[in-house]
Design a binder for this molecule. Structure first.
Ligand SMILES: *[C@@H]1O[C@H](CO)[C@@H](O)[C@H](O)[C@H]1NC(C)=O
Ligand SMILES: *[C@@H]1O[C@H](CO)[C@@H](O)[C@H](O)[C@H]1NC(C)=O
Ligand SMILES: *[C@@H]1O[C@H](CO)[C@@H](O)[C@H](O)[C@H]1NC(C)=O
Ligand SMILES: *[C@@H]1O[C@H](CO)[C@@H](O)[C@H](O)[C@H]1NC(C)=O
Length: 326
């Protein structure tokens, strides 16, 4: 009986997804972001989408979406939504679920003069997403977050981008981790100083508290095929482990990317009908990949991003890579 008890002893950490950083400080507190793998969501803001296409998002994909809309006799915005939505929880819920990195795509809505998130079609105002993060950091004082704000479609002017930057400063200002591309600060230091949010912008960054886009070395397989994605990530993890990547956090994407065929095959009954279904297909393959990477003594980058995260094993996987017993 005592033996069995000893085996489950690590549970004494009392690890919970909502507070897992604070719960594991005895293990990760003196490490830097370069030493960790944080769990993130891909296209994080797509939990709510309208039917309105984002101007300037001229992806080739739109041709297939129009064709599919025609086949199904539906509005193109409705069809786009099925292939654009990759998450279904807001940012506060995602943080409660353990997510600590957001891929926040922002676009300028020139009719309402607001910044909104988007993926083909438009979603909620960026202010809502930043507000969720700020509320979480206030409610959970031992948690940290990394936010990558990118894309900036919709033809924003420099003034519009300045508005976005001011929104970040007003909403998250007190929490912003000053730029330090040597990443010499530890998790404990982020928590004790309260500077618990690392935020990048793809333009309009200032190198004081808004980090540059080069902070991330991004990778993704760009394929709807699971085997190709696994092979790609096998090579990518090896590439990551082969050098130090000074000044950067390395991102690995456990995601499948639909192509025009994937979209048109929506009409085939046994093929995925939505991006969420495609994601679920990828997510079941993560645990065995994790086991293999652990065997080599490798980790899946500094940031591991995934679609439909709550139906995946991303939390136990990053805990495992970070040496946190669960
Ligand atoms: C943490 O990362 C730094 C810089 O990449 C490295 O020198 C150090 O060995 C790492 N420490 C641990 C415990 O992994
Ligand atoms: C808004 O963007 C659309 C699409 O790019 C463009 O046609 C329109 O002229 C713009 N309107 C304003 C007020 O800038
Ligand atoms: C988070 O944002 C959503 C809108 O996306 C909002 O409905 C919700 O009230 C916010 N939650 C918190 C805790 O601020
Ligand atoms: C990863 O690559 C190695 C060879 O470099 C191979 O032996 C292994 O089977 C691959 N694993 C996966 C999951 O593709």
């Amino acid at each position: 009986m005592w033996c069995a008890f000893m085996v489950i002893m690590p549970l004494a950490l009392g690890l919970s997804p909502s507070t897992w950083i604070g719960d594991s400080l005895s293990i990760i507190g003196d490490l830097t972001l370069k030493n960790l793998t944080l769990p993130g969501t891909h296209d994080s803001g797509t939990y709510y989408l309208t039917d309105t296409p984002m101007p300037g998002d001229k992806s080739e994909f739109w041709t297939a979406l129009y064709e599919l809309a025609d086949l199904l006799d539906k509005d193109v915005g409705v069809v786009a939504k099925d292939w654009a939505q990759s998450q279904d929880q807001d940012f506060y819920q995602q943080m409660l679920g353990g997510i600590r990195y957001f891929d926040l795509r922002a676009g300028w809505q020139n009719v309402t003069k607001t910044w909104v998130t988007f993926h083909f079609v438009e979603g909620y105002p960026v202010q809502y997403l930043l507000g969720n993060i700020s509320q979480y950091l206030k409610d959970y004082p031992s948690e940290i977050v990394v936010v990558e704000m990118s894309h900036f479609d919709g033809f924003p002017t420099e003034n519009n981008i300045e508005v976005l930057k001011q929104m970040v400063l007003n909403t998250l200002g007190q929490y912003l981790q000053p730029v330090d591309l040597t990443f010499s600060f530890t998790v404990n230091q982020m928590i004790s100083t309260g500077k618990r949010a690392l935020v990048t912008m793809s333009s309009g960054f200032d190198n004081t508290v808004i980090w540059p886009p080069s902070t991330f070395y991004g990778t993704y397989a760009d394929s709807p095929d699971l085997k190709k994605m696994v092979d790609f990530n096998n090579k990518t993890v090896e590439f990551f482990m082969s050098q130090n990547w000074p000044g950067q956090l390395f991102q690995i994407s456990w995601t499948l990317t639909p192509d025009t065929d994937t979209v048109l095959e929506t009409v085939v009954p046994w093929k995925p009908h939505t991006l969420i279904q495609l994601a679920d297909h990828a997510n079941i393959a993560l645990p065995s990949f994790y086991t293999e990477m652990k065997k080599y003594g490798w980790r899946m980058g500094n940031i591991l991003v995934i679609d439909h995260y709550e139906k995946s094993s991303i939390l136990p996987v990053v805990w495992g890579f970070n040496g946190i017993p669960y």
